[in-house]
Design a protein around this ligand. Sequence first.
Ligand code: HBI
Ligand code: FE
Length: 288
Amino acid sequence: MTASSPPTPVVYGEGSRPPRGDYARDGLVLADYTCPQNYAAYTAQDHDTYRRLFERQSALLPGLACDAFIEALPRLGARDRIPRFEEINASLTPATGWEVVAVPGLIPEVPFFTLLANRKFPVTDWIRTPDEMDYIVEPDVFHDLFGHVPLLFNPVFADHMQAYGVGGLKAHGLGACEQLSRLYWYTVEFGLVRQADGLRAYGAGILSSAGELQHSVRSPQPQRLALDVTRCMRTRYKIDSYQQTYFVIDSFQQLFDLTAPDFTPLYAQVQAQDALTADASVAGDLPG
Ligand code: HBI
Ligand code: FE
């Protein structure tokens, strides 16, 4: 073994943040994987990053984001700093019974689904660094708040998210999380909706991305298919590039109705087939 400098010890002091996704914050992460937001630990740079992301992204929305999202966005409150989660909850909980709770990053599936099933939306508490303005692999507070929370003010979408949590717990018991995750990816994260005035984005991964917003709605490159639940559950996805396939719905009510049935027989059917690549096209695909 060659000599190297010893690792720098990490001290979780006043006003400092533990590393991303660290659950071992001496008693600060609760059994349900939530944690305090620790608002005082955000730096001026953190707030400025949020402000710049918010400003850039909100300017891109007209003609690309769905109406429900654009209408609800002001209800997120502060745009010039990271909002306090309790400020958001003061308007969100009376609207749809949802609550945002802080988490230290990606959490395991069962606690994630359990929070959703209880109308608690886990929001990552940390923000990306300035060199990650254009792209970040993991969710951060900007993706989670800006991307996901506006639609939690929509009663139909709010009910769908809770149903997804309940369905996730069931999928876990059936060994079908992979199939359900694909549906989540292509709807809640990267879904498109056909409005009377054209195609729009409602997926959080699109709405919080400067590049993919334009690409998903306007580029001739990707394929856009009408949402078919089993087709979608068969389709692998890429986490490090724009999507090659988008699934299109007509309304949140249609999404809710399509995902309402018991998926048990569908999981068995999908698992018996080969998975499809992200750019596959198969017989029966309908344009969205
Ligand atoms: N944890 N914080 C967080 N955010 C997510 O979106 C998330 C997660 N854990 C699991 C998970 N998503 C996925 O497994 C589900 O979408 C299936
Ligand atoms: Fe997300």
